[in-house]
Structure formats: C-alpha cells, structure tokens
Design a protein around this ligand. Structure first.
Ligand code: ADP
Ligand code: MG
Length: 235
C-alpha cells in the first residue's frame, strides 16, 4: 500500500470511513484524475482558495458525521461568486461535525458511477455503471474482478445497456473512451492493492466528456474493526 494512503486509512479507522478530501488524496496518490479542488477550514481561506479553483464552483461540506452530503444540504453547485460562497459556507458551518468545505471545480459530461467492493469470495471487484437515476432504475452495471486489464475495462463498458450514451447518443458527443479505460484500470489496481483494508470505494459521480474523465466525488468505507464488535451474549 502507498505510504500516504496507509497513514490516512489508519487515522480514519476510528471514524469508519474516509471524508472526501482525504479520499481524494488517496486517489491522487494512485494517479487517478480528480477535479480541481481545495479544502478550506475557515471562510477567509475559502475565499482565497476559490480563486485557485475558479468560479463557478461547487461547495461541499466536510464532516466525519456526514456520509451522504447532499442528503443534508451539504452540496451547493454553481456557486458564482464570493457572495454565493459566503452564503454556502455559512450554511455548511451549521452542519454537525463541520470540518471545513471542499471547493470543487464544476465538471460537465456524462455521469458514471465506479465502485469497488471487497468480496469475500472473489476479493476486490469493480462495478461500472452509468450514473444518475439510470443506475438505480435499470441496475445497469458491469462487475469485474480487480485488477482489470484494458480489455476487461473495454468489455465491461460494452456490456452496459446504456453503452450508446458513451458513444454519443442523439447528437451528444462521444466520451473520451481511452481516458475512461485508463481510469477503470488504475482504479482496479488501486482496489486490488488496498484489498481488505477497505470495505468499499464509491466514485460517484465520474464525469466523462469528449476531452476527459474525471472523478468528482469519492467515498471510502473502512471495514469494521473486529476487536470492536460487540460480543455475542452467551448463556
Ligand atoms: P454526495 O454523494 O455525498 O451527496 P457529491 O459530491 O456526489 O455528494 O455531490 C452531489 C451531486 O452534486 C453529484 O452527484 C453531482 O450531481 C453534483 N456534483 C458534485 N460535484 C460536482 C462537480 N464538481 N461538478 C458538477 N456537479 C457536481
Ligand atoms: Mg456522490
């Protein structure tokens, strides 16, 4: 396992999962592409960092107590200027466990979902699907064992019912297929390297455009520490 990743996973063990900015640091250590972003822990710092990320941007809450950010109003997209950032920041600061905000570049394209899970039988497996509501309604996802070769990644994409969306559907431009394949292969290598040290990883969404594929959210769940599991009551 890569050194910075090992340190992050160890620090996050008591929380049971890895907040987005730290999950991004792990992805970066494994060479995966993420949107341009910054983590700011006070308003002044956020206003400064926003210049580097560039408006319009996305403001997301960082909190070890908020696993699903948008469920609690912890994501604001399309923040246009300093005033919008101040408002979003104040709103986030009221959420439980607030530990700053993640400022994120606005990304565009087809939304995909890429996940990894540690399967007790097969080891790490990678799930690829078209994101948004499609994956939930049609359960349109391909599952492959990690690590995946480029051919595995290609065949996973070909097996999707929504594959036409990747090719450019009804006048939409096709997504950058090779960068999507790069992403899948690298992600599967990372999942393989992490093995049972993580329970699951979700990249949701990954934005795919004709120019690039880039990760815009990452959540890493850690396995429960066996020592901490309550003992079965014995009679
Ligand atoms: P969570 O999954 O914890 O609710 P996300 O970071 O995935 O939070 O944000 C929620 C939604 O906001 C995403 O599914 C996506 O539609 C949108 N979103 C998030 N980040 C970006 C971004 N960088 N550019 C454009 N849209 C985004
Ligand atoms: Mg998400």
């Amino acid at each position: 396992m890569k050194p910075q990743t090992a340190a992050i996973l160890e620090n996050c063990a008591p929380t049971g999962w890895v907040v987005e900015p730290l999950a991004r640091q792990i992805l970066i250590e494994y060479g995966l592409p993420v949107t341009r972003w910054a983590w700011a822990r006070d308003l002044e710092n956020a206003l400064e960092a926003a210049a580097g990320v560039g408006y319009p941007l996305v403001v997301k809450v960082v909190s070890p107590r908020v696993v699903h950010k948008s469920d609690v109003g912890g994501v604001v997209v399309g923040v246009k200027d300093e005033q919008g950032l101040r408002e979003a920041y104040r709103r986030m600061a009221r959420l439980p466990g607030f530990d700053g905000v993640l400022l994120d570049e606005m990304a565009e394209g087809l939304e995909l979902i890429v996940g990894a899970k540690h399967d007790p039988q097969f080891g790490p497996v990678v799930l690829t699907g078209i994101g948004g509501t499609a994956v939930e309604i049609y359960q349109d996802a391909a599952i492959r064992m990690a690590p995946m070769s480029r051919d595995d990644a290609r065949s996973a994409l070909e097996s999707l019912r929504g594959r036409k969306l990747l090719e450019g559907f009804r006048g939409a431009p096709p997504v950058h297929r090779e960068s999507l394949i790069d992403l899948l292969v690298r992600f599967s290598e990372m999942a393989h390297d992490l093995g049972p040290a993580v329970d699951s990883i979700d990249l949701n969404p990954v934005f795919c455009s004709p120019e690039r594929c880039v990760i815009a959210d990452a959540r890493i769940m850690l396995p429960r520490d066996r020592d901490e599991e309550p003992e079965e009551a014995s009679l």
